[in-house]
Design a protein around this ligand. Structure first.
Ligand code: APR
Length: 251
């Protein structure tokens, strides 16, 4: 570990120890070490798959075509992933009363699987399917995806994954609760977020405006690094979070 990395991890740990209300904000980068590629960048999902599958109009025009790509990415691929050291470290910090909440852009359910409880899912969750006609929700396991498209058992309408497609609004409750949570934070820790997706990207900015100190963990500088970040820890989520919880003595 380089000296600078060590210094920044120590500084961040001090801020965390003294925080009154620590909130984490996580993006695709926290799940990279679980084997889920991020969306953007060289190996990103959107360089390999057509984003059209996640456009609402295309989904309803060609549901089988869209569902085939969705099934491949979000159920076959994501389905194999399990929580990594970073997800587990956050769950551990919550259990020990150090972390108050996680606001996540991720839809992969890995925070829940790691044991975190207070989670605000800004973009929804892939494990749940929703009927846009009657609002009924199902766990994907109870419906199965062998036959596409999956249909609502009540009204036979096509089921959609309960996450945000391109052009869709953020569900009101997730929106209000996430921004309310960011208002409470005096320390905010950003893990694996590029800061390129609006309105999610506004959440850390709002926290900063309210006076929160911003810690950022990312192997590469993001949109936040030179604007709102106070301590930039340049490294991988799992490796850095492991060091932090060691220093917090909660391993
Ligand atoms: N640890 C921490 N961060 C990492 C790691 C890692 N091991 N590997 C990559 N990253 C960083 C990248 O450097 C990048 O800054 O994670 C970030 C991922 O960026 P994006 O792929 O843009 O993901 P995110 O910020 O979560 O935005 C994705 O876009 O398509 C939408 O709705 C979708 O929620 C999703 C959002």
């Amino acid at each position: 570990m380089t000296n600078l990395l060590e210094i920044n991890i120590s500084k961040a740990t001090e801020l965390i120890k003294n925080a009154k209300h620590l909130t984490a904000f996580t993006g695709a980068g926290i799940s990279v070490e679980s084997g889920i590629p991020s969306y953007r960048g060289k190996d990103g999902l959107w360089t390999r798959y057509d984003t059209k599958a996640l456009e609402l109009s295309h989904f309803y025009e060609k549901p089988i075509e869209s569902w085939k790509i969705i099934r491949k990415i979000f159920y076959e691929y994501f389905g194999k992933a399990s929580p990594n050291l970073a997800h587990k470290a956050l769950a551990n910090m919550e259990k020990n009363g150090i972390l108050k909440a996680i606001i996540t852009q991720n839809i992969d359910n890995l925070h829940q699987e790691a044991g975190s409880k207070n989670i605000f899912e800004f973009h929804g969750n892939s494990k749940i399917l929703i009927c846009r006609k009657c609002g009924e929700k199902y766990h994907v396991k109870d419906i199965g995806l062998d036959l596409l498209p999956p249909k609502c058992r009540k009204c036979n309408e096509i089921l959609k994954p309960n996450f945000i497609f391109f052009g869709e609004n953020i569900p009101k409750e997730a929106y209000l609760k996430s921004f309310a949570e960011s208002d409470k934070a005096d320390v905010f820790i950003l893990i694996g977020v590029s800061g390129l997706v609006v309105p999610a990207s506004l959440i850390p900015k709002k926290a900063k405006q309210k006076g929160a100190k911003i810690i950022e963990i990312n192997p590469k500088p993001s949109n936040y690094t030179y604007s709102i970040t106070d301590i930039f820890i340049q490294g991988k989520a799992g490796e850095v979070m492991t060091q932090i919880i060691k220093k917090l003595n909660i391993v």
